[in-house]
Structures are given as structure tokens and as C-alpha cells.
Design a protein around this ligand. Structure first.
Ligand SMILES: *Cc1c(COP(=O)(O)O)cnc(C)c1O
Length: 368
């Protein structure tokens, strides 16, 4: 039996590279609360991403929760069922109700044509997801948000470094959230951020992620504790030095998959979207059982038997989990595209250090 191949594997810098940062932290003993590494990482990230302001968080989930507070989102929030559960969970934790809207069959992002019919007097926001780093239709969503006076808050957990026509897609919306979880293209073990181009908003977010403290004696709101510590800020700074190389290696893996899987009847692969600089976080394919001969689940099991762990991202749909399936918008009839994609989608292993031999063994099983 060959060594297991997982859907992803985190990249780490050389440990020796990290030691000098640790020595600095040990010497000055500032461990958290906006220390030197934290400040520097926020600045460098904003530069790298091509955005004005970044607020670091201890993880992406808290960034989502706090971002919703900062935007004062209440009532009903229109979102996609084809996402990681963190998206509807953040809505729920803010005492709001997720309203699930169907996705587009090409990019798997929120379908703007289906949003308006879901708006009610209680709707205050749209929370779309740049799933697999595929940019949402921001212009259309912006138009709808402006027309109805809604907030537009992007879950950009998959979109680190993604640009459209040269512009970081983290600039879209009133706010964007990033995740630096170990499984993401850019990781700080755990971590996350909110991105905004509004200085007053950045300030409000920074109060909210530190219990609402504006200064020693002023608490401006019931905040949370979402702060990133110095250890991970220092680590993130180091990771940032390697991110371009990381993405370039992933791109090579993706191109090789595309070449080798391009003519398999029933297996659909996805090309780069024109005008988009991708980050190759995932390599999704869809399996059309009638043409391919076996189902997506059968292919998933076939790979697993050979120690290759693909992932059915995202299956089940969030709207099918017990917490949400009772909602009227969770009815499968409301979500035909998402329901079909959830049955057919499979994410194949992709990471910077995936070797050609490992990739060949994945491809061999898909093609045989
Ligand atoms: C990873 C992820 C999150 C959550 O981020 P964490 O940093 O793990 O809390 C939220 N949304 C999506 C779409 C994700 O993939």
C-alpha cells in the first residue's frame, strides 16, 4: 500500500528561518494585543493583497462573526448553501437567519439572478462566497445591494491572492473575510482577517475583536476576543515570503491534472476564468455518473481504498444539515443547481509538494 495522499498538505518554512522571530518574542515578552509582529504583518498583508486595511483574527470564523457585528447585520441574510458550514453558522451566531440562494452552474458562486426574489423586509445583507477562489459576480451583487440598501459581506476564505483584471477580489463588498487555517493556500496554523478599504470600519473592527475596548476605560460595544497573537503574526510574515512560489507550484499541479484529465468522458474539469489570477486552492471535478459509469461516491471510495483521500467539498449542502434544513429556503426545489453539484463534486488532492508520481497514481485511478 502506498503512503496516504491527502486532499491537501500545509507548507511550512524551514524551522531555522522562524527561530530569530521567536527569539525576538522571548526577548520583548509581548505575546499579543497588537504587538510589533502583528502591526508589521497587517501592513505587509495589505500590501501583498493590494487592499487598504487588514485586521488580523485568530481564525476566520471569528472574523465572520465580528464582521457581521461591525456591519450591524440583523434579520435575514442571503447566502449560498455551497460553502463550508462556518458561513451559515456565523449568521446563526449573530441571531440572524440564513436564507439560502441557488448557485451558478459554472462558477458555483451565488447566482445574482436568484437573489432578488428572496429579499424580504427583514433582509439586511448578502453574504456570498468566492468558492474555490472563483470570483462572485460582484457588479450584479453590488447593484442589488445598493438598490435594496443591503450590506455586502464576502466570505473570501478561498480567495487569498486572487485577482480579477489585476484587482484583488478582497476589495469587493463592504467587507471581506479571509481564513489562514492550516488547510488553506496561505496558513498561519489557525488565523484569519477582515479586509476593508474604510479606515473608520477598520477601527471599529479592531475595537470589536478586543472586547470592545477603545482605550483603557472605554468599552464601545459588546465585543469578542478575536485577536491574533505574536507567534502566528511572526509566522505569517515568514509565510508571506513564500506564498508566490507556493501558488506557482500549485498552478503547475493544476495544469498537469488538466492535461491528463481533459478527455475523460463524464469527468468535467475547470479551466482558469479569463481575466482571473487564481490561487489553485482546490482542484474540483464533477462526475456525471451516466457518462462516467460510476458515481462520484463510488470514485471517492475507489480512491480511498488506495489510500488517496479526495474530499466531497461541499457535500452535504449546508441547507441539508439539521440546524438549517427546516428553513423554507433550504427546500431542494429552491436549490436545484446546488443540489446537483453537491452530488457530483469531488476535490482531488492538490498542494505545492504533490509529486508527479503521487499525481500519476491519482490520475490512474480516475482514468481506469
Ligand atoms: C475555512 C473556511 C472558513 C472558516 O475559516 P476558519 O479559519 O477555519 O475559521 C469559512 N468559510 C469558508 C468558505 C472556509 O473554507
Amino acid at each position: 500500500m502506498n503512503d496516504p495522499i491527502y486532499v491537501t498538505k500545509p507548507s511550512l518554512p524551514n524551522l531555522e528561518e522562524f527561530i530569530p522571530s521567536l527569539e525576538k518574542i522571548w526577548a520583548n515578552k509581548q505575546l499579543t494585543n497588537n504587538g510589533e509582529f502583528h502591526k508589521e504583518f497587517e501592513r505587509h498583508l495589505a500590501d501583498y493583497l493590494g487592499v487598504k486595511f487588514v485586521s488580523l483574527f485568530t481564525n476566520g470564523m471569528l472574523a465572520l462573526q465580528v464582521g457581521m457585528q461591525a456591519l450591524r447585520i440583523t434579520g435575514e441574510v442571503i447566502t449560498t448553501p455551497f460553502t463550508f458550514v462556518a458561513t451559515p453558522h456565523a449568521i446563526h451566531w449573530n441571531g440572524c437567519t440564513p436564507v439560502f440562494c441557488d448557485i451558478e452552474p459554472e462558477s458555483f458562486t451565488l447566482d445574482p439572478a436568484k437573489v432578488e426574489s428572496l429579499i424580504t423586509p427583514k433582509t439586511t445583507a448578502i453574504m456570498p462566497v468566492h468558492v474555490y477562489g472563483n470570483p462572485c459576480q460582484d457588479k450584479e451583487l453590488r447593484r442589488i445591494a445598493d438598490t435594496y440598501g443591503l450590506k455586502l459581506f464576502y466570505d473570501a476564505a478561498h480567495a487569498f491572492g486572487v485577482r480579477q483584471h489585476g484587482v484583488s477580489i478582497c476589495n469587493y463588498g463592504d467587507l471581506s473575510m479571509l481564513s489562514f487555517h492550516a488547510t488553506k493556500t496561505f496558513n498561519t496554523f489557525e488565523g484569519g482577517a477582515l479586509v476593508t478599504n474604510d479606515e473608520a470600519m477598520k477601527k471599529r473592527i479592531d475595537f470589536l475583536k478586543n472586547f470592545g475596548f477603545a482605550n483603557e476605560v472605554t468599552v464601545v460595544a459588546p465585543g469578542s476576543n478575536g485577536k491574533m497573537d505574536e507567534f502566528r503574526a511572526a509566522f505569517g510574515l515568514l509565510q508571506l515570503k513564500h506564498i508566490n512560489e507556493e501558488i506557482a507550484k500549485r498552478q503547475k499541479v493544476a495544469q498537469r491534472y488538466r492535461e491528463m484529465l481533459k478527455d475523460i468522458p463524464g469527468i468535467r474539469i475547470f479551466r482558469d476564468i479569463p481575466g482571473v489570477q487564481h490561487n489553485y486552492s482546490y482542484f474540483p471535478v464533477t462526475v456525471d455518473e451516466r457518462v462516467y459509469g460510476i458515481s462520484r461516491d463510488a470514485l471517492y471510495e475507489k480512491l480511498k481504498k488506495e489510500n488517496i483521500f479526495s474530499r466531497r467539498y461541499f457535500y452535504p449542502l449546508c441547507s441539508d444539515f439539521p440546524s438549517y434544513r427546516g428553513l423554507p429556503s433550504a427546500a431542494p426545489a429552491n436549490l436545484p443547481v446546488a443540489a446537483k453539484v453537491a452530488q457530483e463534486i469531488l476535490c482531488l488532492p492538490i498542494y505545492a509538494d504533490l509529486t508527479c508520481e503521487e499525481q500519476d497514481s491519482v490520475v490512474k485511478l480516475v482514468t481506469s
